[in-house]
Design a protein around this ligand. Structure first.
Ligand code: PHE
Length: 347
């Protein structure tokens, strides 16, 4: 092997050995630098006889080129390796499962409420919404509950530090019954002076308030009011509608309803509605779910209708109570504590 061939070989070996760009540049200097092995040979050309200069010069140049090529290759190699290392360090593993954002879910009371709305809508009832802060007249007086009458304590509620037009404190509605009046009034106004026979079919679900707090009572709770007024709407219709509703809500026909005589100032006769399941953990016990009755003629008049022509029924059911029975929950307060362990069960 001539001297140039061994220089090329050792340069290649040195380059291959250099593990980093700086080492490679040091190795390059040993061959191509000012005092490098190739540079020295080029300098030594000067002392050669003219006839040898050309051939030797060409050989050295070829060797220099071979070394430069090897150098360029090794540089590219190292740059490539560096890139690979960077890519590996910043790797994005797209095969990892995504982190979920912890999806929310519908609250069991809202869920019950949506079901109630859907069931009554399918029976031709409108769904109405009304104010939670009420006047004395809508919460009590219009519902045949005279001022200072002891029956008002059945629905003892909270008061707001503001007075209505009659100078009476505004209240947080103790039941959804004010919505009977509001909705029926709007209906009576709409058809006033026409021959249209009133037909009011509405439910009004929403928040209600009372001075009450234990495992089955909360100061804030939910009711759904139902009202059907017309020419010939009777207690019999109440029984049919309510039975249909309860069967749809609990998805079973294996239950019984009981209408137990009761008292409300705004209905006459009045009844509490109890349900008894034939099967399941609650079987064979009467469970109260609603107040109800035939709308009192004075209330019909307060709505703006002729009580001689318009008759019907109303009911007011506890939505929380219905949800508790449906989902087997024994403490009402769980609904309002906001404990995720409880709420996740309904996700
Ligand atoms: N408003 C009554 C209550 O909350 C329930 C009810 C509504 C009774 C409609 C009869 C008719 O106790």
């Amino acid at each position: 092997m001539n001297d140039l061939a061994s220089v090329i070989e050792s340069a290649r070996a040195d380059f291959a050995h250099a593990g980093a760009p700086a080492e490679l540049e040091d190795a390059k200097a040993r061959y191509l630098g000012k005092a490098g092995l190739v540079t020295e040979r080029l300098k030594s050309l000067a002392s050669l006889p003219v006839e040898e200069k050309k051939a030797r010069g060409a050989e050295i140049n070829a060797a220099k080129q071979a070394i430069e090529t090897a150098l360029a290759e090794r540089r590219a190699d190292l740059a490539h390796r560096l890139l690979e290392m960077q890519l590996a360090a910043q790797a994005l593993d797209v095969s990892l499962p995504g982190r979920s954002r912890g999806g929310g879910s519908i609250h069991p009371v809202s869920r019950a409420l949506e079901r109630i709305e859907a069931i009554f809508a399918s029976m031709g009832f409108e769904v109405a919404d009304g104010p939670e802060i009420e006047t004395d007249w809508y919460s009590f007086t219009a519902l045949n509950n005279p001022e200072n009458h002891p029956a008002r304590s059945m629905q003892d509620t909270f008061y707001v530090d503001l007075k209505d037009d009659e100078g009476r404190w505004l209240n947080l509605r103790p039941h959804t019954s004010p919505m009977q009046i509001r909705h029926a009034q709007a209906h009576a106004r709409r058809y006033a002076g026409t021959a249209v026979m009133p037909d009011v079919r509405v439910i009004a679900p929403g928040r209600t308030y009372r001075v009450d707090s234990d495992a089955t009572h909360s100061p804030m709770f939910h009711q759904v009011e139902g009202l059907w007024l017309g020419e010939n709407v009777s207690f019999r219709d109440l029984k049919a509608v309510y039975l249909d509703f309860i069967q749809a809500f609990f998805e079973t026909t294996e239950l019984k309803l009981r209408f137990r005589p009761s008292y409300f100032p705004f209905t006459e006769p009045s009844a509490e509605i109890d349900v008894m399941f034939e099967h399941g953990p609650l079987a064979r016990r009467w469970l109260e779910v609603s107040g109800s009755g035939q709308v009192h003629p004075q209330v019909v008049r307060n709505m703006g209708f002729d009580a001689e022509r318009v008759i019907g029924f109303a009911f007011g059911s506890g939505i929380d109570r219905l949800a508790m029975l449906r989902y087997g929950i024994d403490d009402l307060r769980l609904f309002f504590d906001g404990d995720l362990r409880f709420l996740r069960q309904f996700a």
